[in-house]
Design a protein around this ligand. Structure first.
Ligand code: SF4
Length: 698
């Protein structure tokens, strides 16, 4: 039997055709009909059958290491929450969610917390991934909305990859760029990244800028566009506001390309060529990802690149847009239902009008009225003992959050640490008081939204092992026990999705961009057969919407897009005599996040088998380190041990280490032990790519 579903890894959101026999996943292939991948899959997608099996799964609830029944587990949890509510108030309870959850799980978690428990202390690991883009979109467009789509790849004449090693992290989109370029050799590709990554293989120009100087580069581009008369004056005047202040701000720091070249450490000739190409190419697609977002000035970086698109009127036009590449399969879906602590469901905010609207829609008795803490602040509150019950769902923050030792102290301090998780052992689960077995890819049933706003179905292919439950079912069980049963009486994920769709259209009348009310009339049968579709989906756009803002109407009070003046700020993790090397972190081609799933496939270790350290030969020589040596990367917070690889792909003075290894595969190979918990002041996203370290032979 064959069934169509969606890959659970990166934000490309590829369609997968699964072949099943006897409740086993026999093989997978790319879904030729899915508009994200048209039949392709990368190696992570291809090895999905090697990662799904009942062994190594958490199959029963556990309390302090002892197996207990679901009834006992949920009784204990509801009592703990009730006691915390009575003794310490709603803000003593927190949820920490994941871009691995499906939209339906996310929706129920947010509804329960923000509408019924009265707390907005619910954040998600998407904070580590896309929060700066969310904030940048809202500042520029008045809505967290991606203007473009993947089809722009085949239409663009200039593709810019900024802070993105798409060849490894969004491989199918990278293949689409490669194919487009083969079909039209005139297409140019620019990679903006301190490292020469695999994505540079097809680059006509690689700008290996000084880490953290992206905003200077984009400000310089804006000044160049103005000075060369390459602005779209009519667009700026009719559809935007704030241009003059923004240009003035850009000019202060980067009055000309000579100065910008020095500041960014780029050859003037290369910088000039980039600006010329951008200025002269109407169909420019700017793909950007974590190299932009994971910064203490990530939101400003996002806005500085969007400023250049607004200045040239290149937003939401065929082949021409800024397009953020999300990290996770459902980072976007989580944003849609209010998965971030500073959002309400359906892209609404904590304004009196939106709070009241959501309250009425849910008939919510205890509506949260102010934003909760963003991820880093949330875990600091746990450390201070302010959070009494913390429920972590489907994520492993003890590996993925910055300053892992501090996270560990926080989790140990928590009175009630609850973790719902498919796997029997993760760094975080092993500290939990209460472990709840949840379903994973292949068992889950619901929807995800990819980087181009496309909603796709993840289908249940296999029976869940033991007593594992869907996350939304666990949440609804808790809601029943807390006395909120009527509002959480869902029988099927379709019930949740339909309610979510209806809320998106509730008192909307075109005032909010996220609107899928056109899907609110689906029945279960139609939901099960839902074809991939891009939001907004309304009665007037029943087949979805490929591009946004093509009519130049934005979701700001004036209806105009906003330029955002950007003043350059250097990384907060400063280099010094003790820690003189700039640390960069990131993904590798064949692993996913903290390896709890991809670590189960031997094939996926063939590419990189152990934690490693990429070091420039000059830095290695100064430290008498050779290729193949074990070395220690260290700073005041922690250390990381890995195998050294000497490479000139790395700029001198800079180090790269991967983010994936967990305690099971390497107790000393956790990169976040070295990252300080400093964040972007607007988005709360951690500065995961600009650490300060020293390297020594081990
Ligand atoms: Fe899965 Fe991303 Fe690979 Fe597609 S590109 S198969 S979504 S990991």
């Amino acid at each position: 039997m064959k069934q169509h579903t969606t890959c659970p890894y990166c934000g490309v959101g590829c369609g997968v055709t699964a072949e099943l026999a006897d409740n086993r996943l026999i093989a997978v292939s790319g879904d030729s009909q899915h508009p994200a991948n048209f039949g392709r899959l990368c190696i992570k997608g291809m090895t999905l059958p090697e990662t799904v099996s009942a062994d190594a799964r958490l199959q029963l609830p556990r309390l302090h290491g002892q197996a207990i029944s679901w009834d006992d587990a949920m009784t204990q949890l509801s009592q703990a929450i009730t006691e915390a509510l009575e003794s310490h108030g709603p803000d003593s309870i927190a949820f920490y969610l994941s871009g691995q959850l499906l939209t339906e799980d996310y929706y129920v978690a947010n509804k329960l917390m923000k509408g019924f428990l009265g707390s907005a202390q619910v954040d998600t690991n998407s904070r580590l991934c896309m929060a700066s883009t969310v904030a940048g979109h809202k500042r520029a467009f008045g809505a967290d909305a991606v203007p473009g789509c993947y089809a722009d790849i085949e239409l663009a004449d200039l593709v810019i990859l900024a802070g993105s090693n798409a060849a490894w992290n969004h491989p199918i989109l990278y293949q689409r760029i490669q194919t487009a370029r083969q079909a039209r050799p005139a297409v140019k590709v620019v990679v903006i990244d301190p490292r020469a990554t695999a994505s540079c293989d097809i680059a006509d120009l690689h700008l290996a800028l000084r880490p953290g100087t992206d905003a200077l580069l984009f400000n310089a581009l804006l000044v160049y566009l103005a000075d060369q008369g390459c602005l779209d004056q009519q667009y700026i005047e009719q559809h935007t506001q704030g241009f003059d202040e923004t240009l003035q701000q850009a000019r202060q720091a980067t009055p000309n390309l000579q100065q910008a070249a020095q500041q960014t450490d780029l050859p003037l000739e290369d910088l000039t060529r980039f600006c010329e190409w951008f200025a002269s190419t109407d169909k420019t697609l700017f793909l950007f990802s974590q190299g932009i977002n994971q910064s203490s000035s990530g939101t400003d970086k996002v806005n500085s690149l969007i400023n250049c698109h607004l200045a040239t009127g290149r937003v939401g036009k065929p082949g021409s847009s800024p397009l953020s590449l999300t990290g996770q399969p459902n980072a976007m879906g989580g944003r849609e239902v209010g998965g971030l602590a500073n959002q309400l469901a359906a892209h609404m905010d904590f304004t009196p009008e939106h709070i009241d609207r959501v309250r009425r829609f849910w008939n919510a008795p205890n509506m949260a009225t102010a934003p909760g803490r963003k991820a880093i602040d949330l875990f600091h509150a746990v450390e201070r003992g302010e959070i009494k019950v913390l429920w972590i769902m489907g994520t492993n923050p003890l590996v993925s959050l910055p300053d892992t030792e501090r996270v560990k102290r926080a989790l140990k301090r928590c009175e009630w640490l609850v973790v719902s998780e498919p796997m029997a052992s993760t760094d975080t689960l092993n500290l939990a008081d209460l472990c709840l077995p949840s379903t994973t890819w292949g068992e889950k049933n619901g929807t995800v939204t990819n980087s181009e706003r496309r909603i796709s179905r993840q289908q249940p292919l296999l029976s869940a092992p033991g007593e594992a439950r869907q996350d939304w079912q666990i949440l609804c069980d808790l809601a029943q026990r807390l006395g909120f049963g009527n509002a959480f009486n869902y029988q099927h994920p379709a019930d949740i999705f339909i309610e979510h769709a209806a809320l998106s259209g509730f008192e909307n009348q075109g005032s909010r961009c996220f609107d899928i009310s056109g899907l609110s009339q689906l029945d279960q049968h139609a939901y099960d057969r839902l074809q991939p579709i891009q939001w907004p989906v309304t009665t007037t756009t029943p087949y979805g919407t490929q591009r946004l803002f093509s009519e130049n109407r934005f979701y700001t009070p004036s209806g105009k897009a906003h330029f955002v003046p950007v003043q350059f700020r250097a990384p907060e993790q400063t280099l010094n005599d003790n820690y003189p090397l700039r640390l960069n972190t990131g993904r590798i081609r064949d692993q996913w996040h903290t390896m709890t799933r991809t670590g189960r496939s031997e094939r996926l270790f063939q590419h990189r088998s152990e934690p490693f350290i990429d070091l420039h030969p000059q830095d290695a020589s100064a430290r008498q380190i050779s290729t193949g040596d074990l070395a220690q990367v260290e700073n005041q917070q922690g250390r990381y041990i890995g195998r050294v690889r000497l490479t000139t792909d790395q700029r001198p003075g800079e180090v790269f280490i991967p983010m994936h290894w967990n305690h099971q595969f390497s107790a000393q190979g956790r990169c976040n032990a070295l990252i300080q918990p400093v964040t972007d002041p607007v988005s709360g996203q951690p500065e995961s790519k600009q650490g300060a370290v020293e390297v020594r032979r081990f």
